[in-house]
Design a binder for this molecule. Structure first.
Ligand code: ATP
Length: 321
């Protein structure tokens, strides 16, 4: 995997601040990832994002976007990066298409290409039917999507969005997620911040958790889950009795416990075992393959999981925000 974004030992303390806003922060984001940058209010997310977007100078450390150094190669970085700030001025009286045509002009898109490009972008963000409406008539969710369209005008490889889901209703959030997924499928990398992990946990492929300017966890969603709660609980249903399967599972080195579910196997129905397992996704895949390989008649498998949000709250609890 190639890293498109590398943050190394980043430091920033605002003038007169008692503690650093960003404190030796390091992480990398691989190409094609949807990376959720999550932390409580005041954790340093906006500061980090503004540094990545070349808008704020760090006190120390380095950031590389596509191999270009943010401190010295701003022009190259800006070409690769589309930035959506948490609050942005929209030109309220402009029509939606005029707004995008204006920014396309700023990016040097020729007049004859502008109309088609704006139409494509409006289609992508689901605002085609609002193209001739004034920007001021858009809802918050629509404004977010218009901001996203603006950030996409120069076809950046990396999209950086500060709290894009904040203040959106559930439906608008789902729409935004769909767009991020579509962008990922187009080969883009997406870096999103939020102080509520729940807003992003079903769209993100990777999560970085930041607290008081420091990274407390970073990795794939699965790895974070494993790290924060290093065991899984699964329900496996078998045709007929499951005594042999239970005995086999009990002897498995990565199985911490196995018990029959209440009413399991009653009246000749399927038998269900509750299995507590140590390890990540790979272990689950292997265990299921082994069960089937051993000839046990596996009917179904489900996993009981904590949401990432509850794991995140456990991790950051007690922090004054
Ligand atoms: P939120 O989720 O509330 O937006 P955040 O994680 O984005 O928070 P930052 O906005 O980066 O956090 O703030 C990190 C710390 O730096 C906070 O303690 C904040 O008060 C402080 N800070 C941010 N901007 C400034 C500034 N311009 N001057 C002084 N201190 C600042």
């Amino acid at each position: 995997m190639t890293a498109i974004l590398e943050v190394r030992e980043l430091r920033k303390t605002y003038r007169k601040a008692k503690r650093p806003a960003v404190d030796h922060l390091s992480f990398t984001v691989d190409e094609g990832a949807i990376y959720a940058f999550v932390g409580p209010n005041g954790a340093g997310k906006t500061t980090t994002i503004r540094i990545i977007a070349t808008l704020l100078r760090p006190d120390g450390g380095d950031v590389y976007v596509g191999g270009y150094r943010v401190a010295t190669q701003q022009r190259d970085v800006r070409r690769l990066l589309g930035f959506i700030p948490d609050e942005f001025g929209l030109y309220d009286e402009m029509l939606v298409r005029e707004y995008l045509e204006f920014f396309a002009g700023c990016y040097g898109v020729s007049t004859d290409k502008r109309v088609a490009m704006v139409d494509d972008l409006l289609e992508l963000v689901g605002l085609a039917n609002r193209r001739d409406d004034a920007v001021r008539t858009l809802s918050r969710g629509m404004r977010q999507r218009l901001g996203l369209a603006r950030a996409l005008i120069h076809d950046p490889a990396l999209i950086v969005a500060d709290e894009p889901a904040a203040g959106l209703d559930p439906r608008a959030r789902v729409e935004l997620r769909e767009i991020f997924r579509a962008l990922q499928e187009m080969g883009k990398t997406i870096f999103l911040s939020s102080h509520v992990l729940r807003e992003l946990d079903d769209v993100a492929t990777h999560v970085g958790i930041v607290e008081q300017g420091r990274l407390v966890a970073s990795g794939t969603v699965d790895a974070i889950r494993t790290r924060l709660r290093p065991y899984r609980r699964m329900r496996v249903a078998f045709r007929g009795t499951a005594d042999d399967a239970q005995a086999w599972l009990a002897g498995h080195p990565q199985v911490l416990g196995v018990e029959a579910a209440p009413a399991s196997g009653r009246n000749g129905g399927p038998s269900t075992l509750l299995v507590t397992l140590q390890g990540g996704e790979e272990t689950v895949v292997q265990l299921l393959a082994d069960l089937v390989g051993m000839g046990f008649a596996v009917l179904s498998y489900t996993e009981e999981q904590d949401t990432l949000e509850s794991l995140f709250l456990n991790l950051t609890q007690g922090v004054v925000t």
